[in-house]
Design a protein around this ligand. Structure first.
Ligand SMILES: C[S@@+](CC[C@H](N)C(=O)[O-])C[C@H]1O[C@@H](n2cnc3c(N)ncnc32)[C@H](O)[C@@H]1O
Length: 200
């Protein structure tokens, strides 16, 4: 995992650009001032830096040290502070609780998928929110981004099963087609799944 993403992030520039993912940004904008946010699989740091710029306290976790080094460089360029944690989600346990946990295009195979999202929910404070955007399995034939291994892609049903827990409430779980304009990695109409969950 680390080698794959280190290879992608070794190229010049920011693979998904420096601007945040629009869906995550819209939820970051709605958080109370000075919220604590954990970003899972945050790569080169575009969402984390946006959140920090808006006054939030941010931890960006990723398995790619090259991605996180670029995230810190972006933070320096934007004159904001972010914390980073270089770890594979398979080995991670949250040490503190957050107002929000967010992820854009974090594509994991089972059983790590269920394990990691379970840990994400455990990392939320009461009333904390988990917000994520992923590629749907319907993205497979499209060239606008995302993995080409069907086991890495998501369905609404698979997420419904993972998040069907008594300690959380699913506020939104939807499949949409939207235009991505994110660096050289995500360009064009894409089949997306968006989820928002609140801890009880
Ligand atoms: C498609 S990139 C998205 C990066 C970032 N969220 C964004 O949208 O710009 C997927 C990211 O997930 C990270 N990732 C994948 N599997 C992981 C794992 N098991 N543990 C930690 N990070 C992982 C990769 O290193 C990569 O940075």
């Amino acid at each position: 995992m680390q080698d794959l993403w280190n290879g992608k992030f070794s190229r010049e520039g920011y693979l998904y650009g420096k601007a945040p993912n629009s869906y995550l940004a819209s939820h970051i904008d709605g958080l109370p001032a000075s919220s604590s946010i954990l970003f899972l699989g945050e790569g080169e740091g575009r969402n984390a830096c946006y959140a920090a710029l808006h006054g939030h306290s941010v931890l960006a976790l990723d398995a790619s040290d090259i991605g996180l080094n670029k995230a810190q460089q972006l933070a320096t360029d934007m004159d904001v502070d972010i914390k980073t944690l270089h770890i594979d989600l398979a080995h991670w346990e949250a040490e503190v609780h957050y107002d929000a946990v967010m992820a854009s295009f974090l594509h994991l195979k089972e059983p790590l998928r269920t394990l990691a999202f379970g840990k994400a929910i455990s990392a939320l404070k009461p009333s904390g929110v988990f917000v994520a955007e992923f590629f749907s399995i319907k993205q497979l034939p499209l060239q606008s981004g995302g993995p080409k291994d069907p086991e890495l892609l998501y369905t609404v049903d698979s997420l419904q099963n993972i998040f069907d827990r008594s300690d959380i409430e699913i506020l939104r779980l939807e499949e949409v087609v939207d235009l991505l304009h994110e660096g050289r990695g995500h360009q064009g109409d894409a089949e997306l799944i968006r989820i928002v969950v609140r801890k009880r």
